[in-house]
Design a protein around this ligand. Sequence first.
Ligand SMILES: C[S@@+](CC[C@H](N)C(=O)[O-])C[C@H]1O[C@@H](n2cnc3c(N)ncnc32)[C@H](O)[C@@H]1O
Length: 239
Amino acid sequence: MDWDAFFTLHRDLPREGPGGPEDVAWALATAGTRGAVRVCDAGCGPGADTETLAEALPEAEIEAIELHAPFAAAAAARCARFGPRVTARAGSMAELEGPYDLIWCAGALYFLGVTEGLTAWRPALAPGGRVAFSEPVLLGGPEPQAVRDFWEEYPAITDEAGIRERIAAAGYRILGTRVITGAAWEAYYAPMEARIADLRGGEVTPAPEAALRDGEREIAAWRAAPDRIAYLLAVVAPE
Ligand SMILES: C[S@@+](CC[C@H](N)C(=O)[O-])C[C@H]1O[C@@H](n2cnc3c(N)ncnc32)[C@H](O)[C@@H]1O
């Protein structure tokens, strides 16, 4: 992966994976998270969900952590309007301190591994704390070629039963799950398509052609199987 090219394509996109405010709202309701809680947005990307969490939890203290410093800076700028109760910094979610009432992690836990990440986060959870995370999932039945193409760089992908096993292996129980397909993915890809068109039209600094083609291939694969390419959003708590 040419990361410079990847980030040229992804810079300034509103979010870095599928999911939206309705998914955050569902997770907060399922987790029972409300009031003056402490929340971590782990692997926050450019901070779309950090902003949603801050709006949904007006008394909460929210810390967003992101490995890629320009994304962390984008999240910090985006959340500046909330004042010091919302912070975003560059760092690794592998080393969370907490204690957090909720660790929210949209499309990033697979970098640590579901079992490994949940195990590492257990000491960072406050009593009664929860983790809400979204993870690539196979929906079962014969897989269209587009699904295989889409996930070819994530060979550890499994189905919902497999994700449940990985959660159980970390000693967590499941409070609820929800499949993310369709509109949330469209909302992720529409700005990326517009950015590819801008880059091709020379309106922004040209990106290497390979990165644009990678983006187009990814979007085309999703469009070929939009009801079969999915994330599973899970809300879990330590046993
Ligand atoms: C698919 S993106 C999702 C970003 C964001 N949650 C969103 O939905 O827009 C995954 C993010 O995880 C970040 N990431 C990967 N490993 C990380 C780590 N160890 N600590 C913090 N962030 C990490 C990546 O830089 C990337 O921004």
